[in-house]
Design a protein around this ligand. Structure first.
Ligand SMILES: [Zn+2]
Length: 93
């Protein structure tokens, strides 16, 4: 089991956290203008990179706050954590 560093609580066991999917997805400006295919793409399609990936996480069993993290999908290693609303930091993979 690995530790995940909550920006507010510090390192905690990973079982305290809940995965929230890909970070930095922009809600469409005018959803009603999208075709069914475009809407389905927004709802269901996510990036699936091999390497650093920006994700949303919540410290569900702790402070219950959401934050973003960059995780290497090859190793599961967390490369960075940062508050919601900030851009993903550059990280070396
Ligand atoms: Zn926390």
């Amino acid at each position: 089991m690995q530790l995940i560093t909550c920006p507010w609580c510090g390192p905690r066991e990973e079982v305290e956290f809940h995965y929230g999917g890909q970070a930095h997805l922009a809600y469409p400006d005018d959803p009603a203008a999208l075709s069914d295919e475009e809407w389905a793409h927004f709802v269901f399609f996510r990036d699936n990179p091999k390497g650093p990936f920006a994700e949303r996480w919540s410290h569900a069993a702790g402070c219950r706050r959401w934050f973003n993290a960059v995780r290497d999908t090859r190793t599961y290693e967390f490369l960075a954590v940062y508050p919601m609303g900030q851009s993903a930091p550059e990280v070396a993979s």
